[in-house]
Write a protein that binds this ligand. Structure first.
Ligand code: PEP
Length: 257
């Protein structure tokens, strides 16, 4: 049976009370979901503990939006893998394009975070994606190959078995302009092929590769129906219960086919 994962990236939105309200609303709407669909909520750090409490025992998972690679020390403003684990996280988004664009994230630091997250028994959701200019110049494949290779350096097959990859074309994030199912499928197949070459066929076939970039209830079904699209990383549409529920239900429809 196909597995689908839908993760909501709340970015820098929601005060603690608002986060609790949305999490509670979603869990009440999404209880008893098909076990093949995993739902992950990624609120800001300040709301992690509150959302953990709201979703406890519901089967919905918690994720953070970033993590530092050091376990402890003089790193003002940073949050360690064991701290987010302690707050209830199972997942952590790493290398989001907004981190790359505004906060100096590069493939080498993505790799350090991924290895630290795995060490703490967290599941990293590793984001890759080309800019509009790179796509226009025909560099999509080369950019994705480099980001995947460098981001996953020094992982063994066991570690790779806990990694989720999110393909998020930068030009589609928050723009309302999603990749077509064919464009996304092409890149997802490329990523699965790369993982197969490095880690073997069995790890590659069970790897979850999410698509992210203006996913909405109206386009989720056709994206998730693609053979190599195993879920969605959702920004804007994860901030409202109706739209996020609609996307999750599109996933349920795909696994139930
Ligand atoms: C994201 O932030 O990961 C994202 C895909 O955003 P949006 O869905 O708003 O494009």
């Amino acid at each position: 049976m196909r597995q689908i994962l839908v993760a909501g990236n709340w970015k820098m939105h929601k005060l603690i009370g608002e986060a609790r309200q949305l999490a509670s609303e979603l869990t009440s709407r999404l209880t008893g979901l098909n076990a093949s669909v995993t739902v992950v909520l990624c609120p800001p750090f300040t709301a992690l503990a509150e959302v953990a409490d709201a979703i406890a025992g519901t089967g919905v998972f918690l994720g953070a939006q970033n993590v530092h690679w050091e376990e402890k020390g003089a790193y003002t403003g940073e949050v360690s893998p064991s701290m987010i684990k302690d707050a209830g996280c199972e997942y952590v988004i790493i290398g989001h394009s907004e981190r790359r664009q505004y906060f100096g994230e590069i493939d080498e630091t993505v790799n350090r975070r991924v290895r630290a997250a795995l060490h703490a028994k967290l599941k990293p959701i590793v984001c890759v994606g080309e800019s509009e200019r790179q796509r226009d110049q025909g560099q999509t494949e080369a950019v994705i190959i480099e980001q995947v290779r460098k981001g996953l350096v020094d992982l063994n097959a066991e570690g790779m078995g806990h990694v989720v990859i999110a393909y998020e074309p930068v030009w589609a994030i928050g723009t309302g302009k999603n990749a077509t199912p064919q464009q996304a499928q092409e890149v997802h197949a490329l990523i699965r092929g790369l993982i197969s070459n490095t880690f073997g066929e069995s790890i590659a076939s069970s790897l979850l590769i999410l698509y992210g970039g203006s996913v909405k209830p109206g386009n989720a079904g056709e994206l998730l129906a693609q053979p190599d699209i195993d879920g969605a990383l959702v920004g804007g549409a994860s901030l409202e219960a109706d739209s996020f529920e609609g996307i999750v239900r599109a996933g349920v429809a795909v696994v139930s086919e």
